[in-house]
Design a protein around this ligand. Structure first.
Ligand SMILES: [Zn+2]
Length: 282
């Protein structure tokens, strides 16, 4: 799933490329992707694109007095394409055809169609459900703010760190990377973390996300790749040596993914049970 660094790089690249372009046509290739009925998508026709912004994991295309809000989820992809005259592929979700013939297209790689789009008057944007409950952006957040967001209410660190209503923009990949960089155990209850842990978490989040953003800017300009090519230290590296201490990285299996951590750096040597098994046994 694209997270803050990839989406931020994409927003910057798209703004540089298409700000000032006029929308000639707006099409819901997959009508179910568009979750709002009023104003209709055609209301974008003739408007000029002011820019593309990211907020949390949402992408916002601002045009005229309207904003098209897109939630890509795990398999949505956004980018510029030069469409042939033929019928678009099944992956096409929403398309904004520009005055230079290119199309800004939201694609959906999965048949589950979880990506969604909402066309809203920009004036009422802040009150929209997708945006109204988002927490603050993680970069530059103080240790105290991290503590407040993640302990009210308390939760398991690995899950609280990627809940958008607490702090927006962090997902499974960078959540794991941040916990490793901060040497924090994923299955700790956030209200049991000592005060000094929040300073480590805040510093790790800044460092992990800013270097990931730097790298994302090198490879992402006007399109998100179908498969992510990220540089990571733990995410996706189960069984490999920890690059800090050499210990074999361990994993916690969940039903839909696995979380990789270093037992030496993060959990004081403790190996967690597989959560899929414990769920069955409970
Ligand atoms: Zn380690």
């Amino acid at each position: 799933m694209p997270e803050l660094p990839e989406l931020e790089a994409l927003a910057e690249g798209l703004t540089a490329e298409i700000a000032g372009r006029r929308i000639e046509r707006a099409v819901a290739w997959s009508p179910a992707t568009l979750r709002t009925a009023e104003p209709p998508l055609e209301a974008l026709r003739g408007t000029e694109i002011a820019g593309v912004r990211r907020r949390g994991k949402l992408m916002l295309v601002e045009a005229g007095a309207l904003t098209l809000v897109m939630h890509l989820m795990s398999s949505g992809r956004l980018g510029l394409t030069t469409p042939p005259a033929a019928r678009p592929p099944r992956t096409a979700g929403i398309g904004l055809v520009l005055d230079d013939g290119r199309e800004l297209r939201l694609r959906e790689l999965s048949t589950k169609r979880r990506a969604s789009a909402y066309l809203l008057p920009t004036s009422g944007l802040a009150g929209h459900g997708q945006l109204a409950h988002l927490g603050p952006e993680p970069m530059g957040l103080s240790p105290e703010e991290w503590r407040d967001r993640l302990t009210r209410p308390s939760g398991m660190l690995y899950s609280a760190i990627r809940e958008g209503r607490r702090v927006a923009g962090v997902g499974r990949c960078y959540g794991s990377e941040i916990m490793w960089a901060a040497r924090l155990a994923p299955l700790t209850r956030t209200d049991r973390l000592p005060d000094e842990a929040w300073a480590r978490l805040a510093a790790a989040a800044d460092q992990v996300l800013s270097s990931a953003l730097e790298r994302a800017r090198q490879r992402i300009t006007t399109n998100l790749p179908d498969r992510e090519q990220r540089v990571t230290y733990v995410h996706g590296h189960f069984g490999e040596p920890c690059l800090r201490c050499g210990t074999s990285l361990a994993r916690i299996g969940f039903s839909e993914y696995e979380l990789v951590y270093c037992p030496a750096c993060q959990t004081g040597g403790r190996i967690y049970a597989d959560r899929r098994m414990s769920r069955l046994l409970r």
